[in-house]
Design a protein around this ligand. Structure first.
Ligand code: RNT
Ligand code: ZN
Length: 420
């Protein structure tokens, strides 16, 4: 390793040690954290089944940066490139539409075999897998409703799709020897003010009960449910609201998924984690960045990301939290989008781990709020960057912005020759 890197790390290590923080131990702890990287940033949420369908469900990808993956092989190649620039061992989050098969198969007929190539690849690379049923971009969701649909036949189609998805998730978990989280998110909602807010929620609850009726081994598979406040075209009412899934998840021991972009504009998820920690079976995070009406900008190291990381670390919630990313941007290099989001998430966790939490807690208990504020502010400029650089080098990935050159070279060689 470059001598300058080691020297900067040593200097940082000594500074942190003054407050009893062991940077070597922190780096070992950071290396244990797995983040689930969402495959859908790689191809603008298109998938490989029903590629002729437009993206629906009130989510939107804008931009036309060249080089989106067109096949499962291309997507895996891109994911490998991204992972080579991100420190640590992680997971990949798949959606049902990313089935890797030549068969023409309907969503309710999907089976584990349609994902066998993904499992083989994950094994080769030591990656975990997570899963999601795709309840959008389909003719049967065209009117905006799926699991809460008033037509029992359409509702059954989506129930069967979600049941099939759990089987696939369980297969991932068993094959890979690490828990797979299957997360249910449905776009159901009304553009304009509804008369009946209860009926659709009752139907959604009944559908979920049927989907989750089969018990799956929690060692290899966990269910999560994801809420949202509004989507494009469901501005007035979303069936699966925060209150709905808080109720459902708590009553039925499901992981509660909080997507950072799914709340009111000034509402954040970091403040909710300590409450969920006391009552929920577990937490799934969709780390994202809301900007005005969009819930899915590339994750940057903003206050909310740092606050989320602090809450997870201070309250020792990493063990009961499954961290995933969820954003899509087609206006920049898609691999760079992944790398920026993943590196920021890990960097924020590192910064949180380098906080003198015990000292701050003591100050708080002693009502010494002066010390609490002073230390919190001073620690913002402690040299966590030197610790991060050392960590990247130790994990064998590029230090600082050196990863960008690799992405640019890959763009030249691989992405730019892909035709639309
Ligand atoms: C949509 C939800 C959901 C999706 C993915 C593609 O608002 O956040 O998680 O982004 O399933
Ligand atoms: Zn999400």
């Amino acid at each position: 390793m470059e001598a300058k890197l080691t020297a900067s790390y040593q200097a940082a290590k000594e500074l942190y040690a003054i407050h009893g923080i062991d940077t070597d131990k922190v780096l070992d702890r950071l290396a244990q954290v797995k983040v689930s990287m969402h495959c859908w940033q790689g191809d603008d949420v298109r998938g490989f089944l029903n590629r002729d369908q437009e993206l629906t469900g009130g989510i939107a990808v804008t931009g036309n940066y060249p080089g989106a993956a067109r096949t499962a092989d291309e997507l895996r190649q891109d994911l490998e490139k991204a992972f080579s620039l991100i420190p640590g061992k992680h997971k990949v989050n798949l959606h049902a539409i990313y089935a890797d098969t030549d068969e023409r198969v309907e969503l309710d007929q999907l089976e584990p075999k349609h994902f066998a190539n993904w499992v083989k690849w994950a094994k080769e690379h030591g990656l975990g897998l997570d899963f999601n049923p795709t309840c959008f971009s389909h003719e049967k969701s065209a009117d905006g409703f799926t699991l809460s649909h008033p037509d029992p036949q359409i509702r059954q189609f989506w129930i069967d799709h979600c049941k099939a998805s759990r089987k696939i998730g369980a297969y991932f978990g068993q094959e890979l020897g690490q828990t797979c989280v299957t997360n249910v998110w449905v776009p159901d909602g009304f553009k304009d003010i509804p008369v009946d807010r209860l009926g659709p929620r009752r139907r959604l609850k009944e559908s979920l009960d049927e989907i989750f009726a089969e018990r799956l081994d929690p060692a290899s598979h966990l269910d999560a449910v994801e809420s949202k406040v509004f989507g494009i075209g469901s501005e007035s009412y979303v069936v699966g609201s925060h209150e709905f899934y808080m109720g459902y998840g708590l009553q039925n021991n499901k992981l509660i998924c909080l997507d950072a972009g799914h709340f009111h504009p000034t509402e954040t998820i970091s403040g909710k984690l300590s409450s969920l920690a006391l009552f929920a079976e577990g937490i799934l995070l969709h780390i994202s960045r809301p900007v005005r009406w969009d819930s899915d900008h590339v994750v940057i190291m903003d206050d909310e990301l740092l606050d989320i990381a602090c809450e997870l670390v201070r309250h020792d919630l990493l063990a009961k939290t499954h961290i995933g990313l969820d954003f899509f941007d087609a206006s920049i290099n898609r691999i760079a989008a992944w790398v920026i989001g993943m590196r920021n998430t890990l960097k924020a966790l590192l910064r949180a781990m380098l906080e003198p939490t015990e000292l701050l807690r003591q100050a708080e208990l002693a009502k010494d709020y002066t010390t609490r504020l002073a230390l919190l502010e001073e620690f913002k400029s402690y040299p966590y960057g030197a610790v991060w650089d050392y960590y990247c080098a130790r994990q064998g990935v590029p230090v600082r912005e050196a990863w960008l050159d690799e992405v640019k070279a890959y763009e030249q060689e691989v992405l730019s020759v892909r035709e639309v």
